[in-house]
Design a protein around this ligand. Sequence first.
Ligand SMILES: C[S@@+](CC[C@H](N)C(=O)[O-])C[C@H]1O[C@@H](n2cnc3c(N)ncnc32)[C@H](O)[C@@H]1O
Length: 292
Amino acid sequence: MESDFLELLVANERVGRWMDILMDPFQRSRHKFAITQLQQDLQRGPSYIEEANRMGVTQVLTKLLSQTSPVAAELRGDEKTMEAVSRIIAACSGPMACGGKVSSFTYDGVTVHIREGALGDGLGAKVWSVCHIMCRELVRHPEIFRGQQVLELGSGTGLVGLVAAAAGAQQVVMTDYEDQVQQFPVILANEVMYETAHAQLVAAAIRHRLAHGGRALLCCAVRDQAVFDMFRDSCRRWGLRYRVLRVAPNAEDLGGIRGRERDYEGGFLLMAVDHADAPAADWHRDDFEPVA
Ligand SMILES: C[S@@+](CC[C@H](N)C(=O)[O-])C[C@H]1O[C@@H](n2cnc3c(N)ncnc32)[C@H](O)[C@@H]1O
């Protein structure tokens, strides 16, 4: 979830601070302090351990302590410091260190388990809050994809695709930067328009990957209205029909960060896209509005 991203950013900043000191020979006088602080921070949770592992804390400490210098000898001779070092190494190789926590998400009785990756693995390593709006829409309207072949674009962890699979899709192909040559009757995409370039890329991907008579359902937070205006124009150029429905997330969808809705100038949208000359016959809802 995005809140995990924020936690990871804080973990990255804190662990990075102690690692900078430990790797700087000019800050030797602060090494003991950095080791103690680092050990305390690692108790804050798996994100801190994840970041410490990513930054190679075990290798850095091992190298530091194996030096022949008097400073290293002093560190080795200090019982409190060595106790902290062994706790750090134990934390970085223990069960909490296996990378990413497993979260379970349930939508109207459909449960999916996701192991999220590390921050360094990219934006798709985390489940994005808006996913929950999309997943709820899917389990409430499985007729969108029941028995069909589904393509998920920019799947990240794949939560949307897995929910579609669990709720009745015949087959789900989840892609994130992969090239797919085939066409699909259903395309799903969640939170794939957060940069200007995405407006054209997503419209082009739908144009080429959506079978005639097929439907694409997207869900996004509107961080920058201009991107969505561009998407509307791209859809028009590609001969795609584009309609939207404003949706309100549940408070818990926003990762417990209050006032989060206000971060998004255009709120949250469900978007229905199909070919203008071969529209999907039976959309699951009739309240999508054409965009002028
Ligand atoms: C904000 S994340 C959303 C991930 C997931 N759909 C979710 O809602 O949790 C955007 C995803 O789009 C993917 N992505 C970004 N640009 C892409 C591109 N040009 N081609 C394919 N995937 C892309 C990223 O790798 C990332 O997984």
